[in-house]
Design a protein around this ligand. Structure first.
Ligand SMILES: [Zn+2]
Length: 93
């Protein structure tokens, strides 16, 4: 009987030293919701926790596409083009 080691095992985990989670993976809406006045609303950035990485869901449970954590930082990368999801923002503050 052998143990299979994968990239998801200990090597890829953050050290447990920091209490709570202070860094979030950033995701963007899979499909932009239509705004009430018609036409697509701008895609929003969402915060994704550890559980959401597997499910592809943000903290607000919206389906998201994960963005490169080396290029996107939650919540600093929000602007007019990429507004932040206020639900995720509330959950991470
Ligand atoms: Zn969200």
């Amino acid at each position: 009987m052998s143990t299979v080691e994968g990239p998801w095992s200990a090597a890829g985990r953050r050290p447990a030293a920091s209490p709570g989670q202070d860094r979030w993976t950033v995701g963007v809406d899979v499909a932009a919701p239509n705004s009430p006045w018609g036409g697509p609303a701008p895609s929003r950035l969402h915060a994704v926790g550890d559980a959401g990485l597997i499910a592809g869901r943000a903290l607000c449970l919206a389906p998201v596409t994960l963005l490169d954590p080396a290029l996107w930082v939650w919540p600093d990368d929000g602007d007019e083009e990429w507004p932040l999801c206020w639900v995720c923002l509330a959950l991470t503050c």
